[in-house]
Design a protein around this ligand. Structure first.
Ligand code: ADP
Ligand code: MG
Length: 305
């Protein structure tokens, strides 16, 4: 009884016309748009591990959706819907109300519906969200397409969430608790970016995944890293630590040819895009500042995440 009343009370809002059958039956039913491929991903958040136990449940709801929409965006796809697998130690109505509100707030902001899931009791609060999206057949942007001479770009600013984690109560904690998936930019990059990843484990490590998959190297210019005012005023080493190794940014990092970069900048963008480096042949990640090689000091950064 409890399980069904939780689903009905908190997770059974209207689905909208693009869902044939949503919450309430054994499975959801969707009609794929013509000439589109399904893009699908899942992410699990465990209380006490991925977020502190006392985190605002509204933020947990938002973030559990946002991190998945970020993965959909990183393929260049349009997010469509999510499923929620929820394991709860006990029924706490205040918590469920705020959590579901945060979840639906993120869904509403990005035009996504909750179409199903699972609700169970377990000793640990665990949330697993599966997100579905659509992309024109053959157009998904993988990690493997970076080409020699491509620019490397990143959206927004990097390192803010990591700073927020270390400084609870600071305004930048908002970037940790309420990440903004770059859904619109991701779709604008379809046909333009040659490879893409969303930055969840730190820029250096995540860019490393692109380089490995694409079998190329890159040089990043430390002077070009897009930083918030707070980070810009920190000493160099701290600033770069947050920007390169801090997690939870949920910005998009992508490679793009110089011609396509010009085309991108001619479109209206709802987030800043910054060129931070370039792809080259040697299979390493180099860092330069003022044209001087800083690689030695920063090699270890991949391991801090
Ligand atoms: P079954 O036993 O057939 O797996 P359930 O009783 O688990 O079905 O779920 C009933 C319906 O409620 C299904 O449509 C399922 O997708 C949905 N559902 C269950 N838990 C959630 C949840 N946390 N959020 C959204 N939908 C849910
Ligand atoms: Mg069933």
């Amino acid at each position: 009884m409890a399980e069904f009343s939780i689903i009905d009370t908190y997770f059974n809002r209207q689905h909208g016309s693009s869902v044939d059958l949503g919450v309430g039956d054994d499975s959801a039913v969707l009609t794929p748009p013509p000439q589109q491929q399904l893009v699908i991903c899942a992410d699990t958040l465990v209380a006490g591990r991925h977020f502190p136990l006392d985190t605002d449940p509204h933020a947990i709801g938002w973030k559990s959706v946002a991190v998945n929409l970020s993965d959909i965006a990183a393929m260049g796809a349009k997010p469509h819907s999510i499923l929620l697998a929820l394991s709860l130690p006990q029924i706490d109505h205040d918590w469920l109300k705020a959590f579901s509100q945060g979840l639906y707030d993120c869904c509403d902001q990005f035009g996504v519906r909750l179409i199903g899931g699972d609700t169970t009791q377990s000793p640990h609060l665990t949330l697993s969200v599966t997100a579905l999206g659509w992309i024109d057949t053959g157009q998904a942007i993988t990690r493997a397409g970076a080409q020699l001479g491509d620019y490397i770009c990143v959206s927004g600013t990097v390192g803010d969430a990591a700073f927020g984690l270390k400084h609870p109560g600071h305004a930048l904690q908002q970037r940790l608790d309420y990440p903004t998936p770059r859904c619109e930019l991701g779709q604008q990059l379809k046909g333009l970016a040659s490879s893409m990843i969303d930055v969840s484990d730190g820029l250096a490590q995540d860019l490393g995944h692109i380089l490995k998959a694409s079998k190329v190297g890159a040089t990043l210019d430390l002077d070009l890293l897009p930083l918030s005012d707070t980070l810009r005023h920190l000493p160099d080493t701290q600033r770069w630590q947050y920007a390169l190794a801090g997690g939870d940014d949920y910005e998009l990092c992508f490679s793009i040819s110089p011609q396509h970069f010009e085309q991108l900048l001619q479109q209206p963008l709802n987030v800043r895009v910054t060129k931070i480096g370039q792809i080259h042949a040697a299979p390493e990640l180099h860092f330069v500042q003022n044209g001087v090689d800083h690689s030695l000091q920063f090699q270890g950064y991949q391991h801090f995440a």
